[in-house]
Structure formats: structure tokens, C-alpha cells
Design a protein around this ligand. Structure first.
Ligand code: MTE
Ligand code: MO
Length: 252
């Protein structure tokens, strides 16, 4: 599925005005209609700018900029015996499932993901707790997994379900389709030319580079397409959003 302009505009909630104007050619060009048109034009331009901004790439850096260590935050080792068994087995049997509002629910092994095109990017991670680090991430564009599963009409969000209990519930996060199909949004399996360490989310973690650290779900085991966030725990779309009123949209 391709995120086309209309879908993008619809996703940010201002697509309707253009469609409305297009259907109005029976109206004559009275002064007030002309001013409505002008307003519509401005709205469209503004929408275009917002879309351009949301679509822009996060800055990428060079090897010389890499942080000497990429620290870990939040869960450093999921506590479940199942995860420990996967880790002991070097995640040979780990699968990430893609389901929800998709035409072809399916799961991918790490080997399958390793066969898919690789994107590498050196980016800066910003945590709201007041630290940043620059790391080199390797992974598969999320778009490729979503395209293979085939999003169904009505999908508005992609939810990431993680393997770690953080406090009383599993960690989870969600993003919209603009971020899901952003070229720098990857399911990363590598950091700094090595496989992802457990503390940084092995075997798969989300990188969604325009957003703050807590959106970058680690230990991803299920990716769910949904039309609304209402059914996901507290309904605000993420562990911190539900638990501590963090903003759902944590983008630049
Ligand atoms: N599953 C899971 N994902 C998570 C967290 C977590 O505790 N569990 N912490 C988040 C926060 S607040 C940050 S800053 C980053 C930290 O990533 P790092 O451990 O690789 O530095 O992961 C995010 N993703
Ligand atoms: Mo964070």
C-alpha cells in the first residue's frame, strides 16, 4: 500500500476541505465564494507544509559522531522465562507477528527478516529523561513488512507489542501511518555493526527517528494494525501515554 497525498492529508485531519471544494463547482464565483476558495487554497498549502515536515528525514550523522557507548534505558532484560529461553538460543526461534487489520496475517522469523533489504542509518536518540546518544542502526524498513501483510482499509495506527513487562503491564507503543511508512522507520536488528544487544531491545526494536526515545519500542514481538487506539489498554496508544500522560505524538 502506498501512502498517497490524500491519505496523508486525511491522516492529519484536514483532507476533507479540498474534497469539499472540489464538489462545489455549481456555486458561482461570488465574492464570498472566492474568499472561501482562497481560504481553501491556504489550508491546502498549510497542509502541504505539514505533510512535508512530517515526511522530512531526521538528521543522519557519520561514523565519527557515534557515541562511545549507546546506553540502555527502561527494560534492560525482559524478565519472562520465555524471553530468557529465546536469548539463550540466540533468538533462533523468535518470530514477529503482523496482524490486526491486515489481509495476510503472518509472522516473520529473524532469518526471513535478515533476507530482506537492509537500511542503515546513524541517528541521534533523545530520551525525555535528558540524555541523547548517536547510534548506527541496521534493520528492515517497516513498510516492507506492512506491505507483505497488506494493510486493510481503515487502518490508522500501527501498534507494537513488546516482550517485556515494565511494571504491571507489557510495554507497547503506537505510531500513525505517516511514521509507519517513513523511510527511516525500521525494525532494527543491529546496532553499531553488531547484532542488537539484549539491553537495547534484541532481537528487534523499532526506530522511528523523528520521535522521542520512548516511542522506539524494544523487544517487539507483535505488530498490530488498528483503526483506533481505543482498545489498546488505556486507549492513549502507549505505555507512557497511558501511565504517565506522555504525549502520544512525540515528534520533532
Ligand atoms: N519494550 C520497551 N521499549 C522501550 C523501553 C522499555 O522500557 N521497554 N524504554 C523506552 C525508552 S524511555 C527509551 S529512551 C528507549 C531506550 O532505548 P535503549 O535502551 O536502546 O537506549 O527505549 C524505549 N523503548
Ligand atoms: Mo526514554
Amino acid at each position: 500500500m502506498i501512502v498517497d497525498r490524500r491519505r496523508l492529508l486525511g491522516a492529519i485531519g484536514i483532507g476533507g476541505s479540498g474534497l469539499l471544494l472540489a464538489g462545489c463547482d455549481r456555486l458561482n464565483r461570488s465574492a464570498s465564494f472566492q474568499s472561501l476558495l482562497d481560504q481553501g487554497e491556504k489550508l491546502t498549502m498549510r497542509a502541504q507544509r505539514i505533510v512535508t515536515r512530517r515526511d522530512a528525514l531526521a538528521p543522519e550523522f557519520t561514523g565519527a559522531d557515534l557515541s562511545p557507548i549507546f546506553r540502555a534505558n527502561g527494560t534492560r532484560m525482559p524478565s519472562s522465562p520465555a524471553y530468557a529461553a529465546h536469548a539463550a538460543n540466540r533468538f533462533a526461534d523468535w518470530r514477529v507477528r503482523v496482524d490486526g487489520l491486515v489481509q495476510r496475517p503472518q509472522s516473520f522469523s529473524l532469518a526471513e527478516i535478515g533476507q530482506m533489504p537492509i537500511r542503515t542509518q546513524i541517528t541521534r536518540h533523545d530520551c525525555v529523561e535528558g540524555w541523547s546518544a548517536i547510534g548506527k542502526w541496521h534493520g528492515v524498513p517497516l513498510k516492507l513488512l506492512l506491505d507483505q501483510a497488506g494493510l486493510r482499509d481503515g487502518t490508522r495506527y500501527i501498534v507494537f507489542h513488546c516482550a517485556d513487562d515494565y511494571g504491571p503491564v507489557r510495554y507497547y507503543e503506537s505510531i500513525d501511518l505517516i511514521d509507519a511508512f517513513h523511510p527511516q522507520t525500521i525494525l532494527a536488528w543491529g546496532l553499531n555493526d553488531r547484532l542488537l544487544p539484549v539491553q537495547n531491545g534484541a532481537p528487534l526494536r523499532l526506530r522511528v527517528e523523528r520521535q522521542l526515545g520512548y516511542k522506539h519500542a524494544k523487544y517487539v514481538e507483535r505488530i498490530e494494525a488498528v483503526s483506533t487506539l481505543a482498545g489498546i489498554n488505556g486507549g492513549k496508544g502507549g505505555y507512557w501515554e497511558d501511565g504517565s500522560n506522555y504525549e502520544w505524538y512525540a515528534g520533532a
